[in-house]
Write a protein that binds this ligand. Structure first.
Ligand code: CU
Length: 467
């Protein structure tokens, strides 16, 4: 983590010239700027009430300054560079050097003061999604407060009244500012043992977001409503999303918020979980049931919990298959089963790089070295111990290990499967050839005796007869 001391350089010069009230200068906490997209270690609270801190996937928690019993944070809304995955950087808007901004962690009952400095080229606000707070602190520009003009700093102050899972984002020029990546996570920990909030061994959080960035370019298209091409968790796409590394037997919580324009059914392999909370608060235990997929709708947050009792490398992903792909996946025709022998060779005489995609499915694309424009991710990518992992986008791995130490979040590497526990090739007697071909509709629909062969009449659409 780097602290950009130069941020206040302007004010520092003024101070040196003796023209600034030192008390006023001291009143603004120095913003902490993050330049890396790595997952930071959990931030153990240095003061205030104790709590078990969260881990933000490919993110970090904002440090605070305790001042007369108030937790003071400083968020700087500014243009940032975010590595979406190795090989691609996006020019986004965010907070304190990254998109999303830092996670804010406080304790139920804390008085919180957040300084928000606007370094964007247009005005902004911050809305504290899900919080109980005075109406004038809710951050809807024009409705509850004047917009924060570029260059100005506003102060939000309220008591974190309700423990739970929240997020923050602008409520000013929302379509643009959220399409550009302005958002962050907020966790309010319970102040004491809570009947509906378990203590957990690992507590992860991330936001679902999406971008439309043309291959080879850097800035998202901000008018896109549906046709996004980068489906991300905390502005990272697989294989750029870190794995969730846990110890066998851990009680694991994952908090997820959705700031995209569509729903995401989040699926975990090898375990069942329960939804233990939403942005409305902890769910009552009698309302919970086991799931392996939970849908997180637009503007919703879900907090899921499970015991990680199966060792291995377990996929964790959005179950919409288009959301586990990166850019350029949309305009490809379906070519499965189309016979185009000779065609590619013919075209390659004219266009040496030409290749036809998808003749036998699209799995080849995971391994193919295709010429790509600069600053673009392959459609699906990532290497596993058995070869290419044909995924991109909203995909990562839950790594459950017996030998992972308590509090150790480091990646343990690939799982070493015990002998005889991996799917294997059958090498016994071959099966007979399947009987097919002479029955209409294939073997599951044998043709009944008698009757004429089936014929299909195809009629051209009206208006296109052409003669
Ligand atoms: Cu999805």
């Amino acid at each position: 983590m780097t602290t950009r001391r130069s941020f206040l350089a302007g004010a520092g010069l003024l101070a040196a010239a003796g023209t600034v009230n030192r008390a006023a200068l001291a009143a603004l906490p120095e913003p902490v700027i993050q330049t890396s997209a790595a997952t930071a270690a959990p931030l153990t609270p240095p003061n205030g009430r104790p709590y078990d801190p969260v881990v933000t996937l490919n993110g970090w928690t904002a440090p605070w300054r305790m001042r007369n019993g108030v937790k003071e944070f400083h968020l700087v809304a500014e243009p940032v560079e975010r590595e979406i995955a190795p090989g691609m950087v996006a020019r986004l808007w965010g907070y304190n050097g990254q998109s999303p901004g830092p996670t804010i962690e406080v304790v139920e009952g804390d008085r919180v003061r957040i300084f928000v400095t606007n370094r964007l080229p247009e005005h902004t606000t911050i809305h504290w999604h899900g919080q109980r707070l005075p109406n004038g602190m809710d951050g809807v520009g024009g409705l509850n407060q004047p917009q924060i003009p570029p260059g100005k700093t506003f102060v939000y102050e309220f008591i974190a009244r309700r423990p739970g899972t929240f997020m923050y984002h602008p409520h000013a020029d929302e379509m643009v500012q959220m399409a550009m990546g302005m958002m962050g996570f907020w966790v309010t920990h319970p102040r004491e043992a809570h009947p509906h909030i378990a203590r957990v061994d690992r507590d992860f959080c991330f936001l679902l977001n999406a971008y439309d960035i043309e291959p080879g370019s850097y800035v998202p298209k901000i008018n896109t409503m549906l046709d996004f091409n980068l489906w991300t968790w905390n502005s990272r796409a697989f294989p750029g999303i870190d794995s969730l590394n846990v110890r066998k037997g851990d009680r694991v919580r994952v908090r997820i918020g959705n700031l995209t324009m569509t729903n995401h059914p989040i699926h975990i392999h090898g375990h069942e979980f329960e939804v233990t909370g939403t942005d409305g608060g902890p769910t009552r235990p009698e309302s919970r049931w086991p799931e392996v997929t939970t849908d997180v709708a637009v503007g919703q947050m879900r907090q899921i919990e499970f015991i990680a009792d199966e060792e291995g490398d377990w996929a964790m992903h959005c179950h919409k298959s288009h959301h586990t792909m990166n850019a350029m996946g949309h305009d490809v025709p379906t070519m499965i089963g189309v016979d185009h022998r000779g065609l590619v060779e013919g075209i390659q005489k004219l266009v040496p790089d030409y290749m036809l995609m998808g003749e036998r499915g699209m799995a080849d694309m995971g391994e193919m070295e295709m010429p790509l424009p600069d600053n673009t991710l392959p459609m699906m990518t990532g290497q596993g111990p058995f070869g290419a992992v044909e995924m991109g986008g909203m995909f990562t791995v839950l790594k459950v290990r017996r030998e992972q130490k308590r509090g150790d979040y480091r990646d343990p590497g690939w799982f070493r499967h015990p002998k005889g526990t991996v799917a294997y090739e059958w090498t016994g007697a071959a099966l007979p050839e399947p009987a097919r071909g002479d029955a209409a509709g294939a073997s599951s629909m044998p043709r009944t005796a008698g009757g004429p062969p089936v014929e299909m009449a195809v009629r051209k659409p009206t208006g296109h007869q052409g003669h």
